[in-house]
Design a protein around this ligand. Structure first.
Ligand code: MN
Length: 212
């Protein structure tokens, strides 16, 4: 059984970009709903012990779309909450060098990130990710898709592009949400730790294991 992970901050901590009201629906209804659906779909006893990453991989291989979508949405939302923070932080010097090399500077990365999110048709996610060589990319994925299937890519940050992520606070302005999000909410300490993990061949962040 997977549990809905607690938010690592108060529900109003990310205001005004993400209001407590949005958080109540997004975490308390949407994310909770994915967890509930996931648990209902894990019927095989062998799967009850599996970590979420293993379930996602197995569901993808077996083309179990409903299980894959709900499991991936659980992973993506947990990563999303984890990749945001309230305090000021700067990327590590190693990550800053990689950002400058790939995009020019952080402002240019912010612009690329927003453009990728705004240009993405429909629901999905926009990621900042690194390959094993330390080369950064901005990647948008559709619906529940994430980067777990790509063994070479490690995500550093993600922003939710589903309308439920921003409609109460920013209405139809996905651009306004993404600009405000990138300016205030990325947890650069977390992103830097992910970058460091990828550079040293480590796995990086993993979803909390199932509770027996
Ligand atoms: Mn969402």
């Amino acid at each position: 059984m997977f549990e809905l992970p607690e938010l690592p901050y108060a529900a109003n901590a990310l205001e005004p970009v993400i209001s407590a009201r949005t958080m109540a629906f997004h975490h308390g209804k949407h994310h909770a709903g994915y967890v509930r659906a996931l648990n209902a779909l894990i019927t095989a006893p062998a799967r009850a012990q599996m970590r979420l990453e293993e379930i996602i991989s197995e569901a993808a291989a077996a083309k179990e779309t409903k299980l894959l979508n709900n499991a991936a949405q659980c992973w993506n939302h947990s990563f999303f909450w984890t990749s945001m923070a309230t305090g000021p932080a700067q990327p590590s010097s190693a990550l800053k060098i990689a950002i400058d090399a790939a995009f020019g500077d952080i402002a240019a990365l912010s612009e690329r990130f927003s453009q990728a999110g705004v240009g993405h048709f429909g629901s999905g996610w926009v990621w900042l990710a690194t390959d094993r060589s330390g080369a950064l990319e901005v990647i948008a994925t559709h619906d529940a898709a994430n980067l777990l299937a790509s063994k070479d890519m490690t995500p550093l940050l993600v922003c939710d592009l589903w309308e439920h992520a921003y409609y109460l606070d920013h209405q139809n302005s996905r651009a306004g949400f993404l600009d405000a999000w990138f300016g205030a909410l990325p947890d650069w300490a977390f992103a830097s730790a992910q970058f460091e993990a990828a550079s040293s061949g480590a796995t990086g962040w993993r979803h909390p294991p199932p509770v027996q």
